[in-house]
Design a protein around this ligand. Structure first.
Ligand code: ARG
Length: 491
């Protein structure tokens, strides 16, 4: 009997027939995402019930054997039910007989579903965190190749000051590093077990909540039984961490789209699309989709918080509608992160175009003003001189001519030559984009020396975060193996 037809042995039999709202009530289709989680939660609960003497070992064995059978048949073969929890229980009862119903002793679907969501989401959060680590590896790798590659830095989309490709890349690597941290924080608060809270008011059975938590690889329990059954702030936090990261990605994507449009970088064909009508086109579609994912993810935060806002304690059915969207956001953001990593790793930076663009729009003006201020002029006066020169300095002008323009401006503003303060050579150097970049060696600045330090710190942090993700994954895999071994003792 499959999802569509009502089985004769359905859990709670005919108390509620369903009627016209049956489909509306059901989460069975969406619950496919937590099918495996529910089986694990069932197993841990039944093992604990047997250990505590709440269910006889023989019955536990029969239930656990039936669960293996249900797992092998798959989600699609489940009988009808309001949700995956009911359907699995019905399938177990179908196989074991009425004793199968003992699996639902000392629990409720409320603590059960909350446990399933956390069980599944924690893995998804690790996948998302791992993707951010992969992206950071790609960013660091590319930055290493471009420590000396001068490019224009923009504010208000106008050329502002020259920087390097590595410096621009590391500005995103730093942001993605915080995204990794936020995802791992969300993991920590997600990875707590609500199981044993029952409907919300605990249970008179002598359950061992710490035991089921350990069997399921959780780092402890959500203690208060009402909080455990009702709280979904971990979903809001996960959605928010995902949306924040998606927002970082959208900026990265937008920058690359703009740079590609200016001919400063070329996307690999694998990350571009052609037009179905305009044969000459090469469009940055993948990055536009990466940029677009932020919209879904931000919408998910808003949807989650709106659903949770004002919900009374304890369980309310509204909750059924919250987690599916967060799972979708996790999928979309993780995929976008992987695509962004591939696009960055394969993009080709056009050194010549970058160098030419780096000096456009008198982008070295601030450096010249800094030079005059370092020679003793008040920065405001230096600013005024260079602002006056900006009207005369043109793109592509040779340094000697440009320096003469600065001197003319100084004569206007100061009434004396600028060369009374600085040498002609120093002014010409300050007008050179590469020289300008190299001079800005303050901590975290774009000078190759400063970037080298940042690069090495970023490389270390990426390794540490990769190890943290692996350690969490290992702990979960170990718990899954241990649970399997416990189950094997009964069947
Ligand atoms: N499918 C439900 C959900 O996802 C399970 C909990 C049902 N509990 C209840 N009291 N109706 O939230």
């Amino acid at each position: 009997m499959t999802n569509g037809d009502a089985p004769e042995t359905a859990v709670r039999r005919d108390r509620f027939s369903g009627g016209p709202a049956r489909e509306f009530l059901s989460s069975l289709a969406a619950d496919e995402r937590i099918f495996a989680a529910d089986l694990a939660v069932d197993r841990a609960h039944v093992v604990m019930l047997a250990e505590q003497g709440i269910v006889e070992g023989g019955v536990a064995g029969e239930i656990l054997a039936a669960l293996a059978d249900v797992e092998a048949a798959g989600h699609g073969a489940l009988p009808d039910g309001e949700d995956v929890h009911e359907a699995i229980e019905t399938a177990v009862i179908d196989r074991v007989g009425p004793d199968g119903g003992k699996m639902h002793t000392a629990r409720s679907r409320n603590d059960e579903v909350a446990t399933c969501i956390r069980y599944r989401l924690r893995g998804d959060l690790l996948d998302a965190a791992a993707a951010t680590v992969t992206l950071r590896e790609a960013l660091v790798e590319t930055a290493r190749e471009h420590v000396e590659t001068v490019m224009p830095g923009y504010t208000h989309l106008q050329p502002a000051q020259p920087i390097t490709v590595a410096h621009w890349i590391l500005s995103y690597e730093s942001a993605v590093a915080r995204d990794t941290a936020r995802l791992l924080d969300a993991y920590d608060r997600t990875n707590r077990s609500p199981l044993g809270a029952a409907a919300f008011a605990g249970t008179p059975f002598d359950v061992d909540r710490d035991r089921t938590a350990a069997l399921l690889g959780f780092d402890g329990t959500v203690r208060n039984s009402m909080d455990a059954a009702a709280s979904r702030d971990f979903l809001a936090e996960a959605a928010s961490a995902l949306a924040t990261h998606a927002t970082t990605l959208s900026g990265l994507a937008e920058d690359v789209i703009i740079y590609a449009n200016k001919g400063l970088v070329e996307l690999d064909d694998d990350y571009s699309s052609t037009s179905s009508i305009m044969p000459q086109k090469k469009n940055p579609d993948t990055l536009e989709l990466v940029r677009g994912v932020a919209g879904d993810a931000v919408g998910e935060v808003s949807g989650t918080l709106t659903a949770l806002k004002g919900l009374p304690r304890a369980y309310n059915r509204d909750l059924q509608r919250v987690h599916p969207g967060v799972f979708e956001a996790a999928d979309a953001v993780t995929e976008a992160t992987r695509v962004a990593a591939g696009a960055v790793a394969t993009a080709d930076w056009n050194d010549e175009a970058l160098a030419a663009a780096a000096g456009e729009g008198f982008s070295t003006a601030t450096g010249v003003a800094d030079l005059l201020a370092m020679a003793g002029l008040p920065f405001r006066t230096a600013h005024e001189i260079v602002a006056a020169a900006a009207e005369a300095v043109e793109d592509g002008m040779d340094p000697a001519t440009a320096a003469a323009k600065v001197d003319e401006a100084a004569a206007e503003v100061l009434g004396e030559s600028v060369f009374a303060y600085v040498s002609r050579q120093d002014v010409e150097d300050a007008l050179d984009p590469a020289h300008s970049v190299a001079s800005r060696d303050s901590a975290g600045g774009p000078a190759p020396a400063a970037v080298a330090e940042e690069l090495s710190a970023a490389g270390d942090a990426v390794e540490a975060d990769a190890a943290a993700v692996d350690a969490h994954r290992d702990a979960l895999a170990e718990a899954a193996d241990a649970l399997e071994a416990e189950v094997a003792d009964y069947v």
